[in-house]
Each structure stands twice: as structure tokens, then as C-alpha cells.
Design a protein around this ligand. Structure first.
Ligand code: SF4
Ligand code: SF4
Length: 449
């Protein structure tokens, strides 16, 4: 039965920041030329870092395995470039910390064509073999969190996935990399969705897209018309932040809530970003492991914004130079979107699997507005999609009463920043909450006491 349909829905609370997508939404994806030095940190996501299987001096080909998964919640790493391992040592990464990394000196004279064989046909793989193949290809959630994808596909015995939900909301302002993927690679989105839907045994798939991406919706609709047997729907969603947060997306599309502490799979849903879905399609059609990703470069501090295919490990400096460099007004570089991203202190840090955007901001966007006392207006409560009490959490954090924040369910906070955005007193609520969460993670015994 044909299941193509359009419906509109949303979730409770949230905020409406300006989109700022016009700078890049119509810019086709370009490929960044290969640089000379690539840095691949062994730990690029939540979980256990990968284990290097190469040593200094080894020659590597583009797409070759350079580090294997270090455990179950871990994925492999592959060389983004043909070249020579120049060192394995701690290197600065985007959060400012130094992480053990494989550094590759690119060979300027070698072909950078990928020379890999697709894995066995996905139809012939058991679910366990499929999960292993995805893990060995290094595939993670491409929406920013970079959670190892295969972990999501490991369904506990007795559980059943009924619905595959594809996240094409891209609710962060400025970012348009998912939008361009849906416009330019709609067929790969459909192919990847069908591979994953069938492997997980889901009855149907839904692609959730915010309504401010009409071109993506239309292109996906056109692609679906060519695939009448695919049980895939498109959900046109209200433009609201954080529409792309997993639990919000599920609420918007299915009108179902996930209980605190539960996962989407507990209600029979698997959620995947469109970038992840395309990575799965590319793995099974071309044998392409995760060695590059789409990055949006935007903001008023850059004169030539772009959507780019960037080999992982490329430095932020090389990407910005490809875009003509920073202009005189640029003051701060943000990795990711403006709501959940963070500033970087050095341009000599690598693009990682979860790097969705590089934003160059001027004094106007980075000005820290004067902070006023809380006026108990309740706007942060109205903004919080998780129905938390952000003002209370911020106050407890400011007074270093971290243990008490647990009573207010601080760990349910996804650090979306909607509360900070809504606060008329300019209180950095989500930053204070992040501080308290980090403290609780570092001192779990005190939390339990
Ligand atoms: S408390 Fe957390 S989840 Fe709620 S709006 Fe603030 S940052 Fe988002
Ligand atoms: S939005 Fe700001 S001022 Fe209003 S209650 Fe929350 S913390 Fe206080």
C-alpha cells in the first residue's frame, strides 16, 4: 500500500529563534580539496575510544582501517586520505582538550579515489552481522551527538522496532547541511531508510522535516513517487526549536511521550539523522566507511559561506581558508549550531564525525548581554521542552548546591539552550546547568549520598 503522506505536528513548549539559514540553504555541497595534515582523535564520541592498528611510518590508503573499535560502545576509524602515519600522539581537539590521535601526512601525488569493496549485500546479513558491519564502518549519529549507531540497532531480546524515524528537522539556526543532503541525495536517504527499516524489522519509516525546508520536502516526495512500494512517509513539522531533539521529534510525529529514563526503542521507535542514513546507503552501495561529512560554514564573519564535503581530520583552519578566510568583523568561531555549539580557542583542531557546522560570529552575535536578577517570569519553564524548572536548576548550580539539582531531574536536561534563549534577564541558565551536570558526573558518589 502506498503510504506517502504529509502531516504537520509539533511538541509542547520550545522557542522560535531566527533561522539564519538563508546564507547557505541554496548553496550546493562542494568538496574541500585535501589538505596536507589530518588529525584523527581515537575518541570522537561517547563511549570507548578506538584502538590504533597502525604505527608511525605506516603507509595508509584512503578508506583503510587505522583503528578498531575498543569495545561495544565504540567504532572504528579509517584514514580519510592516502598518506603516511606521521605520529600517534595527543593532539588538541575542538573542546580544547588533548586526545590521543593518529596524525596522517597526505601523499600529494597519490590518487585520492576511494578503493574499497562494498560489504556483503545487506539483504543477506543477519541483524548481528549488519550491526558489526556498521560498527566496523565507523558510523555514528551525524546530527552532532555522534553516538555509535550500531548500539541503537542492538535491540534487546523481546523488544520490537515498529517505526523508523528519520531526523531531518535540522532545527539549529544557520545549519543547512542536512537540508542540502535531503535536496541533493534524496534517493540515498530513501535507500538508507529502506536498508535500515528492513534490517530492524520496522513496519514503516517517517522522515521528519521542518516546514522551512520546502525544497527538501518536495525532493523527497518526488523520490518517493519513484519508489511506490517503500512504506515511507514525510512529516512536515512546525518550525520550532528543539524540534530535532529525539524525544521532541517522537512527540511531534507520533504524539507519544517517552517516560523519563527510557529510550525510543522502549516504545518501538529507532531515530536516526538523515546524515547517518546516507552514510549507511553509501556503505552498502560503495563500501564507503565514515571518512568524510557535510559541514555548513556560515555566519557574518565569513564572506564565502558554503556547504562542504570535508574529509574527517581536516583542520578548521583549512576549511575556513577554502571559504576565503575570516573577514575583519569575525570575533569568534562556534562549532555546531548557535544553540548547542561551543566556541573554539584554536583553528588548528580537526573536523570530527560530529562536526555539523563552523560558524564565524562577529561582535554583534558574541556580545555577552548584561545579566539581571531573575524576575520569576516563568519564561524558561515555558520554553523547556522537558518540563524542567530551569531557573531553579540554575540557581542551585550557581550556589554550588549540585547534589540538590538531582532532585529536580537535572539529568533529563539535554542542554538545548531554549531556557537561556527565552530568559529576559540574560541568565546563562543552560551553561549553569551544564556545570552542575558535569559536577554530578564527576562526583557520582556525592550525588548518591
Ligand atoms: S533546562 Fe535543559 S532541556 Fe530545559 S530548556 Fe534548558 S537546556 Fe533545554
Ligand atoms: S526566564 Fe529568566 S528571569 Fe524568567 S524565571 Fe526564568 S531565570 Fe528567571
Amino acid at each position: 500500500m502506498r503510504l506517502l503522506s504529509i502531516f504537520t505536528n509539533s511538541f509542547a513548549h520550545g522557542v522560535h529563534p531566527a533561522h539564519h539559514k538563508g546564507q547557505t540553504e541554496n548553496l550546493a555541497i562542494q568538496r574541500v580539496p585535501f589538505g596536507s595534515r589530518f588529525v584523527m582523535p581515537l575518541g570522537q564520541h561517547i563511549g570507548i575510544p578506538a584502538l590504533a592498528v597502525v604505527k608511525k611510518g605506516d603507509k595508509v590508503r584512503r578508506g583503510q582501517l587505522i583503528a578498531k573499535a575498543g569495545g561495544f560502545v565504540s567504532t572504528a576509524l579509517h584514514s580519510p586520505v592516502t598518506g603516511t602515519i606521521s605520529e600517534i600522539s595527543p593532539q588538541r581537539t575542538i573542546d580544547g582538550s588533548f586526545k590521543e590521535s593518529i596524525v596522517i601526512k597526505a601523499d600529494p601525488f597519490s590518487s585520492q579515489r576511494i578503493d574499497s569493496t562494498p560489504p556483503a549485500a545487506w539483504e543477506k546479513l543477519s541483524l548481528e552481522e549488519f550491526i558489526q558491519t556498521v560498527q566496523q564502518a565507523g558510523i555514528v549519529g551525524m546530527g552532532g551527538a555522534a553516538f555509535p549507531s550500531h548500539v541503537k540497532y542492538s535491540i534487546p531480546e523481546g523488544a520490537q522496532i515498529d517505526d523508523l524515524l528519520i531526523n531531518g528537522a535540522e532545527c539549529e539556526p544557520y545549519l543547512t547541511n542536512d537540508h542540502r543532503l535531503m535536496v541533493e541525495r534524496a534517493e540515498a536517504v530513501i535507500d538508507g531508510s529502506e536498508i535500515l527499516r528492513q534490517k530492524l524489522g520496522a513496519k514503516q519509516a517517517t522522515i521528519g522535516v521542518e516546514k522551512n525546508k520546502p525544497e527538501a520536502i518536495k525532493t523527497l516526495q518526488d523520490a518517493l513517487r519513484q519508489r511506490p512500494s517503500a512504506p515511507i512517509k514525510i512529516a512536515a513539522l512546525e518550525v520550532k526549536y528543539p524540534q530535532g531533539a529525539e524525544k521532541m521529534l517522537i512527540q511531534s510525529v507520533y504524539k507519544r511521550e517517552i517516560p523519563a529514563g527510557a529510550l525510543p526503542r522502549d516504545i518501538g521507535v529507532a531515530v536516526n539523522n538523515v546524515g547517518t542514513i546516507v552514510a549507511i546507503a553509501d556503505l552498502f552501495s560503495q563500501g564507503m566507511p565514515l571518512i568524510e561529512r557535510i559541514v555548513t560554514v556560515s555566519g557574518p564573519g565569513i564572506d564565502r559561506p558554503a556547504n562542504l564535503t570535508v574529509p574527517l581530520g581536516t583542520s578548521v583552519r583549512d576549511v575556513l581558508e577554502f571559504c576565503g578566510g575570516l573577514n575583519d568583523k569575525s570575533r569568534e568561531i562556534i562549532m555546531g549550531g548557535p544553540m548547542m555549539g561551543f566556541p573554539i580557542a584554536s583553528l588548528d583542531v580537526p573536523i570530527l564525525k560530529g562536526s555539523s557546522g563552523i560558524l564565524a560570529f562577529t561582535a554583534k552575535e558574541t556580545a555577552r548581554p548584561h545579566e539581571y536578577p531573575c524576575i520569576r517570569c516563568g519564561r524558561c519553564l515555558e520554553a523547556c521542552p522537558y518540563f524542567l524548572n530551569p531557573s531553579r536548576l540554575a540557581l542551585l548550580s550557581r550556589n554550588r548546591r549540585y547534589e540538590e539539582t538531582a532532585e529536580y531531574h537535572i539529568m533529563d536536561c539535554v542542554e538545548c539552550g531554549a531556557c537561556s534563549y527565552a530568559c529576559p534577564s540574560n541568565i546563562p541558565i543552560s551553561q549553569l546547568i551544564r556545570t552542575a551536570k558535569n559536577n554530578l558526573k564527576q562526583h557520582p558518589l556525592e550525588e548518591a549520598a
